[in-house]
Design a protein around this ligand. Structure first.
Ligand SMILES: NC(=O)c1ccc[n+]([C@@H]2O[C@H](COP(=O)([O-])OP(=O)(O)OC[C@H]3O[C@@H](n4cnc5c(N)ncnc54)[C@H](O)[C@@H]3O)[C@@H](O)[C@H]2O)c1
Length: 357
């Protein structure tokens, strides 16, 4: 088992990573303070893994709720289902919420924990690559509003995160690849060595080699944990985790949420950011090509597997960035990719006001 510690003073916690950890009842129970537990999961994950978690909790007053599956249900209405279940089970302030699922379940469970009786404990058992390395690390929780994604939320840190990479065996391949985009983002950001390791090992990660996955997930959680420890509330350096997101959000926005997975949009966004970096003279063309993935998995590349949609996605994103809401009124913040002192890669934020029409 690998452990990454997140150093946040009284809110410090550990992330445990290892094949088979879902069946480690002692590890789970060590992080449950009271005797009440509500497991929050969804209708897809419950039939796969809920019984294995319930098996560890026979001595507790335990209940479970399976939410409808999908980003479209990450809403205040769905959140209310969790509150109703908590009140029905007479949950007190000692209750622990247990998030069993991907980023959607994790974000909603964390936000419910932040609000219920002004704050109770929660534990994350994330089940997607994205939730392993991104959404379960750092304490951001939220639901969507019809007028904007993640608009209602709170910072609330879990008591522990338990990552079992074996759960990825049931994850659809498209979700796996989209999650790996965030892994590559962290690697490209941390150091050139990390990037090269990923470049070499992507095929093994895609084929779910557990020891390689454990290594990559631990390293990724460490990279994010280091940044979050420096800047928990995103006042500065944490924004660097948004590499590829300016273009990525524009792609999601213009292609319609749900048509592209978030990780797919971020992957294309990173390619576009690297391309911009080349044009600004900050990155070598060859390095930008490596980020695109041509050298990683062969012809189509890891991030361009939706190559057919990529060009229209980029074009639409470009139109959004040139639209009235951006044009001349907002500085667009792009994170560029550049190689620092030959060895490590780094980010540089570039404020760029689009030229007048
Ligand atoms: N809090 C943060 O810091 C943060 C960071 C990044 C993203 N997010 C949020 O995370 C969400 C996206 O998370 P996601 O990519 O994990 O999507 P998701 O939670 O919607 O999961 C993707 C799909 O895979 C299914 N699934 C999950 N695990 C599975 C498994 N092991 N086997 C089979 N099916 C499985 C889910 O039911 C779902 O259908 C977004 O709402 C985004 O806003 C939050």
């Amino acid at each position: 088992m690998e452990t990454v510690n997140l150093d946040l003073g009284v809110d410090s916690y550990s992330i445990f990573i290892g094949g088979g950890l879902l069946d480690d009842g002692d590890l789970l129970r060590r992080h449950i303070a009271g005797n009440q537990v509500l497991i929050v999961t969804n209708e897809t994950i419950a039939p796969l893994y809920l019984d294995r978690v319930l098996a560890h909790l026979s001595g507790y007053q335990v209940d479970a709720i399976a939410l409808p599956d999908g980003e479209q249900y990450k809403t205040l209405d769905t959140l209310n289902l969790i509150f109703t279940r908590l009140i029905e089970m007479n949950a007190n302030r000692g209750v622990t919420l247990l998030a069993l699922g991907g980023g959607v379940v994790g974000d909603m469970t964390g936000f419910a924990a932040a609000c219920y009786q002004r704050g109770v404990s929660f534990i994350q058992i994330p089940t997607t690559v994205l939730s392993h390395v991104d959404s379960s690390v750092g304490g951001k929780t939220a639901v969507n509003h019809p007028l904007g994604k993640n608009m209602i939320g709170a910072f609330h840190q879990p008591k522990a995160v338990i990552i079992d990479p074996e759960l990825l065996s049931s994850l659809p391949e498209r979700e796996l690849r989209a999650g790996l985009a965030e892994v590559i983002k962290h690697g490209a950001m941390a150091s050139f060595d990390d990037f090269c390791w990923l470049e070499e090992n992507i095929p093994e990660l895609l084929s779910l080699n557990i020891s390689k996955l454990t290594f990559a997930l631990r390293r990724n959680c460490q990279i994010k944990a280091d940044i979050v420890s420096q800047d928990e509330k995103e006042m500065g350096v944490r924004a660097l985790l948004n590499f590829g997101h300016t273009f990525g959000h524009a792609i999601e926005n213009s292609m319609g949420y749900g048509n592209w997975l978030h990780g797919e949009a971020v992957a294309a966004g990173m390619v576009m950011a690297a391309d911009l970096s080349v044009r600004l003279g900050m990155c070598e063309h060859g390095d930008a090509l490596r980020l695109k993935g041509g050298d990683i998995t062969g012809v189509r590349g890891w991030c361009c597997w939706r190559y057919d949609g990529l060009c229209s996605g980029m074009l639409s994103a470009w139109c959004v960035l040139h639209s009235d809401s951006y044009h001349g009124t907002l500085p667009c913040r792009f994170l560029c990719w550049w190689k620092n002192s030959g060895k490590s890669s780094a980010w540089q934020e570039h404020d760029w006001r689009l030229p007048p029409a």
